[in-house]
Design a protein around this ligand. Structure first.
Ligand code: PHE
Length: 436
């Protein structure tokens, strides 16, 4: 359970959710995001955990084994194969952003943010983006940290550390929130994030919110399945899921409030994009008493959260190679690590020298990878898992894992079999231009 929480809580909550809210029009995005967590995220997280716990294998062989148990075509294992690739693609940009966080630890510790103004903070971040070598250095360190742990097997020490470090992250966030509340514009932030204005909901916001629900809960690519396979038989899947989903969502929304309160007080642009937290947080840390220390601790905790998520992104692929070939775990880590590192180099260049290179729909390398994984691959993986568990596995087997009361089981089945798949399919139909 700790490992799953460690996978879910990461840059998705702290870095991505806040800027996505701004880019997608504020409250419209937040409302749809919360709805997606409840109606799609929670049921599908239960589904993914149950698949993992029943299969007791890596995602690809696991789904194949479950398909055999259900007496259906073994091709369902594409779910696992697709998930492994998705995880590696996500890590390609995740590691670059993880590198930004590492850089900000050193900047905080050396007192760089003391007394910083909004304009200086923006300039400081732009300077980082404009230096490929600095980005390369930190991206490489982040990749080494990630692959180093994975090479030694999923590190149980790291998982235990989650026990202290996730609450610590919450605690430090509350300090930040308190400070933002006293100096920032909390009313405007609240209004921006929670005012009910359904007219602002656009199809793009819905698509992004659905994709982000998957990203934030680590769903649709097999990470949760891997950790589900470690979950003891007597632990309730529903309770585990609800705790994780609530903590994960709450954390993201609290960071959002703290950030927007600073954004509005400093006349910054809410739609600044991926650099948002790196431009706003130094302003707060730079002016609060003991700010350098608090900032250093904050970015260290964020780096830790990112690290545990990054590990879960490669674990399915590594587990599959190790269980199916004679290649050792260490060699697999070096090979896959290098491939992902190279992808990351392309991503970090897309913030500077390769900015003008557009892949699809006018998106640069980073944006294309992000959109491809969050809005297509993860929801597609989730859709297939929902259909497989809901329509192809034996109902008794599913209930054996979920172990729910009759009414709760009906509720899960209803959301897993109808609401989630129809919702995801509707978004895809729109995306591919089949409906307007
Ligand atoms: N959920 C992680 C985060 O919020 C990212 C992640 C996505 C991890 C998909 C694993 C799988 O940072």
């Amino acid at each position: 359970m700790l490992a799953t929480a460690g996978s879910a809580i990461g840059l998705g909550n702290i870095w991505k959710l806040p800027y996505m809210i701004g880019v997608n029009g504020g409250s419209a995005f937040v409302i749809v995001f919360i709805a997606c967590i409840f109606f799609v995220g929670i049921p599908l997280m239960m589904t993914e955990i149950l698949l993992g716990r029943r299969a007791q294998k890596n995602p690809l062989d696991g789904v194949a084994a479950l398909a055999a148990e259900a007496g259906v075509c073994s091709w369902w294992k594409v779910i696992g194969g697709m998930g492994m690739i998705t995880g590696l693609l996500i890590l390609g940009f995740y590691s670059v952003i993880g590198g930004w966080v590492l850089n900000f630890i050193t900047q905080s510790a050396s007192g760089n943010f003391v007394g910083i103004t909004a304009a200086q903070s923006t300039g400081n971040f732009e300077q980082l983006l404009a230096s490929p070598l600095t980005l390369l250095f930190w991206h490489s360190i982040f990749m080494c940290l990630t692959m180093g742990v994975v090479a030694h097997g999923v590190n149980s020490g790291l998982e235990k550390a989650n026990n202290i470090l996730i609450p610590a992250l919450f605690a430090i966030l509350l300090i930040l929130l308190g400070y933002s509340m006293s100096v920032g514009n909390m009313v405007a932030a609240y209004d921006f994030m929670f005012s009910l204005d359904f007219s602002k909901i656009t199809p793009v916001a819905v698509l992004s919110a659905l994709g982000h629900a998957f990203f934030s809960l680590s769903l649709g690519m097999g990470s949760v399945m891997v950790y589900g396979s470690y979950l003891q038989r007597n632990v309730s899947i529903a309770r585990t899921t609800i705790y994780i989903a609530l903590a994960d969502t709450l954390l993201g929304l609290l960071v959002g409030l703290a950030i927007y309160s600073l954004v509005f007080a400093n006349q910054l642009a809410p739609n600044a994009g991926p650099g948002l937290i790196f431009q706003t947080l130094p302003i707060a840390f730079g002016h609060m008493p003991g700010g350098s220390l608090i900032a250093t601790l904050f970015f260290m905790l964020v780096a830790f959260a990112a690290w545990t998520s990054a590990i879960s992104l490669v674990e399915p692929a590594i587990a599959w190679v190790v269980e199916n070939t004679r290649v050792s775990r260490k060699q697999t880590c070096v090979a896959l690590g290098l491939a992902v590192w190279l992808l990351g180099v392309a991503v970090l260049l897309s913030f500077n020298d390769w900015q003008h290179i557009k892949i699809v729909f006018g998106l640069n390398i980073f944006e294309s990878l992000d959109k491809l994984t969050s809005t297509i691959l993860l929801p597609m993986g989730g859709l297939l898992m929902a259909i497989f568990a809901g329509y192809f596995m034996r109902k008794e087997h599913v209930q054996e894992e979920l172990h729910l009361s009759d009414s709760a089981f009906k509720l899960w089945r209803y959301t897993n079999n109808y609401i989630a798949p129809v919702g995801i399919a509707a978004v895809f139909l729109y995306l591919f231009g089949l409906v307007q």
